[in-house]
Design a binder for this molecule. Structure first.
Ligand SMILES: [Zn+2]
Length: 474
């Protein structure tokens, strides 16, 4: 309440708050309870248990009126059970799937100011692992499903909620498992994933409402040079470490071609409206055909804009040599690439070979990324999803009411989410999230992860309204 009041008072406006704008006290209390319960169940891959979180949420949903026949709990092992619950509609339209991962990234007490597995409220923030990524959104989903059931709401399409395991790591990805083993449970016309998108604020002021519509593809490559080696007192002209270094310097100075797709073009066009000066002009200039080269150069200085316009490949690890007094027999670097939609891992592998331009340097795709999927090496980054009116129109409308002046901007994630499973399965997936976070305060995966308290409750208001608008009915 404090932040919101400060914000409104600072504007010096007298606002009448519409009835939808806030959670009533009972739902606020419930939202808090669900979040606290989820946060305090450790769901890390190392020592946590996703099944416990699934069971706890199922218990709440049952108490809200869901029948056992509409609740499924299952997974490949005892620690990684997923939860699927269905609110039945009239069947006039195909279902919508809400998806969220229950697992969280590891967090160690000694690295944090407070216990990462206790919900701490301080200075207007919730602190804990998962406050941002993504237990707050999971709790909002559960709250929304409970409210809709209790109201006796009958949507035009079934609303399915899937809360799943191992998005952040581990070997038992729940979305993958559900699609392979229980496709009928999660089959939908489209999916909403609160793990992407969200309201971007600057010092609390809404700036853009991001909607995840595309993702880059993750790929690791090993660059390796081998050499007969020998005694280090007798250096020779060819040396594995120098050979690899030369290759990496070439990579450092190479930039992959500039390329926009429907989503990134729209991203720059929309973001230019809320930017000012040279940056705004440059954003428009790169959307033109042909694009302005000087504008590309200037925007590329920003890592995020650069990554939006180009495939990127960067050295992330090095290993070489076996003794201080020996010539290296082997030098290896890991090069991590994020590939633009439409390009394959094989294609980038060939590209790296060309950039390095040295037969002594081998380039190999290595399957040790976070997402391990069969048929990996030939895989290409998926084209962006179509911007369906059923998804976009209500998002625009509700955003205009809740965050006036902040345009809805489709974005391409430079990382990856569980959309890597649903999109290829024919369920187009949209990153929609009503949580507002300052642009320079993204602490997901990091220490002292946090979320503004009011952002959480506003996010709950948003999702309730948005799901109803998307699902129609009464
Ligand atoms: Zn996440």
């Amino acid at each position: 309440m404090k932040i919101r009041c400060l914000f409104i008072c600072a504007l010096g406006l007298l606002l009448t708050v519409p009835s939808w704008a806030q959670l009533d006290q009972a739902n606020r209390q419930l939202a808090h309870e669900i979040l606290k319960e989820l946060i305090e169940i450790n769901t890390t891959d190392s020592v946590g248990n996703v099944s416990t979180a699934s069971e706890a949420m199922a218990k709440r949903l049952r108490a809200a009126g869901y029948n056992d026949s509409d609740i499924f709990i299952g997974g490949p092992n005892d620690r990684k059970k997923n939860l699927v619950v269905r609110l039945r509609g009239t069947g006039a339209k195909k279902p919508v799937l809400l998806m969220g991962h229950l697992d969280v990234v590891e967090a160690h007490r000694e690295d944090w100011t407070s216990d990462p597995f206790q919900l701490v409220e301080k200075d207007g923030y919730f602190y804990a692992r998962g406050t941002e990524d993504m237990k707050a959104s999971d709790a909002i989903y559960v709250l929304t499903m409970m409210r809709l059931k209790q109201e006796g709401y009958k949507p035009d399409r079934d609303i399915i909620l899937a809360l799943t395991a191992d998005e952040e790591g581990g070997k038992s990805n729940g979305v993958d498992w559900l699609i392979k083993n229980h496709r009928e449970l999660v089959d939908a016309e489209f999916a909403l994933n609160a793990d992407a998108g969200g309201v971007v604020t600057e010092k609390g002021r809404p700036f853009v409402v991001a909607m995840g519509a595309s993702e880059k593809l993750y790929a690791d490559y090993a660059l390796e040079v081998t050499n007969p080696g020998g005694h280090s007192s007798l250096p020779r002209p060819d040396n594995a470490i120098y050979g690899l270094s030369d290759a990496l310097v070439k990579l450092q100075h190479y930039r992959f071609p500039f390329e926009l797709n429907d989503v990134t073009r729209e991203f720059f066009a929309q973001t230019s409206k809320v930017q000012t000066g040279q940056t705004a002009a440059d954003m428009l200039a790169v959307t033109k055909t042909p694009p302005d080269q000087a504008a590309i150069e200037r925007l590329s200085k920003d890592p995020f804009y650069n990554s939006t316009m180009h495939t990127t490949c960067v050295a992330t690890r090095l290993e070489a040599g076996h003794a201080n007094n020996a010539l290296p027999q082997r030098a290896t670097a890991n090069v991590n690439c994020r590939i633009l939609p439409g390009h394959s891992r094989d294609e980038i592998s060939n590209e790296l070979t060309k950039i390095v331009d040295d037969p002594k340097v081998s380039v190999t795709y290595v399957n040790n990324g976070m997402k391990v999927i069969s048929g990996d090496r030939e895989k290409a980054a998926l084209p962006p999803v179509k911007l369906l009116p059923a998804v976009m129109d209500p998002l625009q409308k509700i955003s205009d009411e809740m965050w006036p002046g902040a345009p809805v901007v489709p974005t391409m994630g430079t990382g990856a989410s569980d959309g890597v499973y649903t999109n290829p399965a024919g369920i187009p997936t949209y990153g929609v999230c009503g949580l507002a976070i300052d642009v320079d305060d993204d602490r997901s995966h990091g220490r002292d992860e946090r979320l503004p308290i009011e952002s959480y409750y506003n996010g709950a208001v948003f999702y309730y309204r948005y799901v109803k608008a998307v699902a129609g009915g009464k």
